[in-house]
Design a binder for this molecule. Structure first.
Ligand SMILES: *[C@@H]1O[C@H](CO)[C@@H](O)[C@H](O)[C@H]1NC(C)=O
Ligand SMILES: *[C@@H]1O[C@H](CO)[C@@H](O)[C@H](O)[C@H]1NC(C)=O
Ligand SMILES: *[C@@H]1O[C@H](CO)[C@@H](O)[C@H](O)[C@H]1NC(C)=O
Ligand SMILES: *[C@@H]1O[C@H](CO)[C@@H](O)[C@H](O)[C@H]1NC(C)=O
Ligand SMILES: *[C@@H]1O[C@H](CO)[C@@H](O)[C@H](O)[C@H]1NC(C)=O
Ligand SMILES: *[C@@H]1O[C@H](CO)[C@@H](O)[C@H](O)[C@H]1NC(C)=O
Ligand SMILES: *[C@@H]1O[C@H](CO)[C@@H](O)[C@H](O)[C@H]1NC(C)=O
Ligand SMILES: *[C@@H]1O[C@H](CO)[C@@H](O)[C@H](O)[C@H]1NC(C)=O
Ligand SMILES: *[C@@H]1O[C@H](CO)[C@@H](O)[C@H](O)[C@H]1NC(C)=O
Ligand SMILES: *[C@@H]1O[C@H](CO)[C@@H](O)[C@H](O)[C@H]1NC(C)=O
Ligand SMILES: *[C@@H]1O[C@H](CO)[C@@H](O)[C@H](O)[C@H]1NC(C)=O
Ligand SMILES: [Zn+2]
Length: 651
């Protein structure tokens, strides 16, 4: 649910989604909250906000009955040193006390009984501070006349030497090792158990594994995980580069400076963002956005152009922005949903961006200009639809808002190579950071459209291969760190093959299961033309619709009908609810001839969900050695920051 696949699903995000584990406020087990919380790591000189909250629950089992004590105090001490008031430590005025209240459910029984607990809050925020001296710190909140919350913070070692001129950061959203294995199987030819070609990712010299969990739940979404990758700070589902506080305002939560912001502020480095999602989606937004609510799409687009609103914060001019999501650009008169109702094509043009809206214009665009390229309304078309089932592009998704189809869309490869050209031309000696996201690996896995997801993954790999060749041919490969990773996984795997003809010929579900071949009956991949040697360099399947397909699927699903065949008429809709309800059943018009499978997720889910698995990290270039082994997602930020030499021992 949280990775939105369409505008209509996106709208559902604002409505609260229930959870099995309810909590008053994540990362705050007591009634006194300190954000950044205990165990936070910082880069020396990284800007962050501090948020303090004192809670007084007035309903439910946590009733305390104490008057809310406004006289809470907050101190910071270098470990072993004297504690100083935060105002003195950071040379700030004491902030005003803010007050609000919120409600939450203690558990599912309270939810069913509609008995929320009310919490009164007194809070303060210290904005845009930094710690410069490496080592441990203790931040102490004293409240309610004798209670204390202590947070241990670590400022990591200084590393001011720059080792890479550029970083290209590829994110396969939702991509797991299992998916890479499956993509290799359908895109690469094998003879007697030996692959004749392998993935570009397979050739990277360094492989690591990162843990993706959230600060307050073990499954993450793409906002929260991108925040960890971009800031080195774990966060909460739906948060972009902030810690989640309990206030109703989605923009006042305590911010943490991102790698893009520090890179630009400290070195003048240039930034590029490429995604196959709508460009306000979480992964592209996470370079510079700061909000509790990833669904604030209009404000996120404004941040790309104007920086964070209403707070003093690092502003980053972005040289290149390529993706979908035209509905956040064309004005409401054309059906757009934009920040303050403005026309964001016009707003970008006013700040001298060249604006492009199709592949032809992308290929012809001048590399010397700041460039905004928005190629469709909503998410970009999938590789399979752009290349094999092109009739599916016939939808009213034109990026201009004129309701015509967006037929001339580029792929991730063309967008990424052009972005590199622009960044190379504009950044000169200062270097660049480019984030390029294959977003629909995730979006299509959510939709249980395994073929489209694997097509997106093969396109990512093809993009990586072309990027390496392009950097090599421009003599910039050696000075560029290339990272490829994911933000989280899905519980996907391949367990065998399916004889789709036999499956379709059976009338009884229990008999249909005989179509599944496991172990020796799984056979060999039928997706590539094994007799066709001229094909070996293309690295995409030559046949997406073979008789013997992959027996593949996820661990967590809605009800659905599986026939394990490619969906020729466009991305899959596995489940449908009766009009006006949230009660999802298998979509009667999906998966003809297949087996009806009952879901395992709560019935309000129409899609699959993310999973816990660690995800791979491939590294090549300067600092590649920082990324081997098993580590936590924030370490990716620290590795990139160290490679760019961004830690600062003094202001
Ligand atoms: C919660 O806060 C709102 C807005 O400040 C206020 O109107 C309301 O009375 C408060 N509710 C309670 C139960 O204190
Ligand atoms: C919460 O407490 C207030 C005041 O004691 C009471 O009026 C209200 O009914 C309670 N709400 C619930 C949901 O228990
Ligand atoms: C605070 O705690 C002290 C010591 O326990 C007690 O003497 C004092 O009355 C308390 N003050 C308030 C306002 O509760
Ligand atoms: C910034 O403040 C203005 C004025 O209060 C408000 O209209 C706007 O929505 C705020 N923007 C954000 C992103 O919070
Ligand atoms: C592509 O965009 C250009 C303007 O940049 C426009 O002139 C051209 O008609 C567009 N092509 C298509 C196929 O939409
Ligand atoms: C595109 O869709 C429209 C409306 O559904 C239809 O009238 C038209 O024939 C389709 N065109 C193509 C080329 O499939
Ligand atoms: C880079 O290009 C050179 C010269 O064409 C070639 O020998 C080398 O293998 C290339 N390196 C990579 C990593 O592609
Ligand atoms: C080999 O595959 C390519 C790409 O699919 C195709 O164009 C070509 O006709 C095939 N050749 C033979 C001999 O099957
Ligand atoms: C769903 O219900 C609404 C309101 O009753 C109706 O306008 C709409 O056409 C219905 N949609 C479908 C797909 O039945
Ligand atoms: C399984 O799913 C079907 C159709 O979605 C539904 O009719 C049936 O009630 C479900 N069975 C169970 C045990 O949930
Ligand atoms: C399997 O289901 C898909 C999606 O509904 C459909 O396009 C395809 O034709 C079906 N395959 C078979 C063999 O019926
Ligand atoms: Zn997702």
């Amino acid at each position: 649910m949280r990775c939105t696949c369409s505008i209509s699903v996106a709208a559902a995000l604002v409505v609260g989604v229930s959870a099995q584990t309810f909590r008053r406020l994540g990362a705050c087990p007591t009634l006194g909250c300190v954000f950044p919380p205990d165990q936070a790591d910082f880069l020396a000189g990284q800007y962050f906000d501090i948020r303090l909250e004192v809670h007084q629950p007035t309903n439910g089992s946590e009733f305390i009955g104490l008057p809310l004590d406004e006289r809470f105090t907050f101190t910071v001490a270098k470990k072993g040193g004297a504690a100083k008031a935060a105002t003195e430590y950071f040379k700030l005025e004491e902030p005003k006390v803010e007050k609000w209240n919120f409600t939450y459910y203690e558990d599912l029984f309270a939810r069913d009984a509609k008995k929320p607990s009310l919490v009164n809050v007194a809070a303060k925020a210290y904005r845009r501070v930094a710690l410069y001296e490496p080592g441990e710190y203790v931040a102490t909140l004293s409240y309610n006349n004798g209670s204390k919350t202590e947070a241990t913070w670590l400022v990591r070692d200084l590393a001011e030497e720059r080792k890479a001129k550029n970083i290209i950061f590829f994110i396969g959203d939702g991509m797991t090792t299992n998916m890479i294995t499956a993509a290799r199987l359908i895109g690469h030819k094998s003879i007697n158990g030996k692959y004749q070609t392998t993935m570009a990712m397979d050739k990277f010299p360094v492989l690591g594994h990162q843990m993706t969990h959230s600060i307050d739940s073990f499954i993450t979404d793409s906002a929260n995980s991108a925040a960890a990758l971009n800031t080195g700070h774990k966060s909460t589902v739906n948060c972009l580069n902030v810690y989640a506080d309990s206030s109703p305002n989605a923009f006042d939560d305590p911010k943490v400076e991102t790698i893009a912001e520090m890179f630009h502020r400290l070195t003048g480095g240039h930034i590029g963002i490429v995604s196959t999602a709508y460009i306000a989606d979480a992964t592209p937004a996470a370079l510079v956005a700061h909000t509790r609510a990833r669904s604030q799409y209009g404000a996120i687009v404004d941040t790309f152009l104007n920086g964070v609103q209403n707070y003093t914060w690092t502003k980053v001019p972005i040289d290149v922005i390529f993706g979908g999501g035209a509905e956040q650009f064309y004005p409401p008169s054309l059906g757009g949903v934009t920040y303050q109702g403005k026309d964001y094509y016009a707003e970008f043009a006013k700040q001298s961006y060249q604006i492009i809206q199709n592949r032809t214009a992308l290929l012809a665009a001048k590399a010397t200009e700041k460039t905004l390229g928005i190629f469709t309304t909503s998410n970009m078309a999938k590789w399979l639809d752009r290349n094999v089932y092109r009739q599916n592009l016939n939808q009213s998704l034109s990026p201009t808002g004129d309701k015509k189809p967006a037929l001339d869309q580029p792929g991730l490869k063309e967008m990424t190579l052009k972005a590199i050209d622009i960044l190379q031309a504009r950044s000169g000696e200062q270097g660049y950071l480019l984030m390029s996201e294959a977003a629909s690996i995730d979006k299509m896995m959510h939709a249980l459209d395994y073929d489209r997801a694997l097509g997106e993954l093969l396109e990512l790999d093809d993009t990586i291969k072309a990027t390496i060749a392009h950097l090599n041919s421009t003599n910039t490969l050696k000075e560029t760190l290339i990272l490829v990773t994911a933000d989280h996984g899905h519980g996907f795997d391949v367990m065998g093959s399916v004889d789709t003809q036999y499956l379709a010929a059976q009338n009884v579900d229990r008999k249909k299961r005989d179509a599944v071949g496991t172990y020796e009956q799984s056979g060999l991949s039928q997706y590539i033309n094994t007799g066709n040697l001229s094909y070996t360099d293309s690295n995409f399947p030559s046949n997406w619709d073979p008789r013997y397909t992959l027996f593949q699927g996820l661990m967590a699903d809605p009800d659905r009908r599986e026939n394990w065949s490619v969906h020729k008429s466009g991305p899959r809709t596995p489940a449908k609810a009766a009009n006006g309800t949230n009660d999802y059943y298998a979509n009667p018009s999906d998966g003809a001839g297949g087996i009806l499978l009952n879901g395992t997720l709560p019935v309000e889910n129409d899609q699959g969900v993310h999973s816990l698995t660690d995800v791979p990290v491939f590294a090549m270039g300067p600092c590649q050695e920082f990324f081997g082994g098993v580590y936590n997602s924030p370490d990716i930020f620290f590795g990139m920051a160290k490679c760019f030499g961004l830690a600062r021992g003094s202001p």
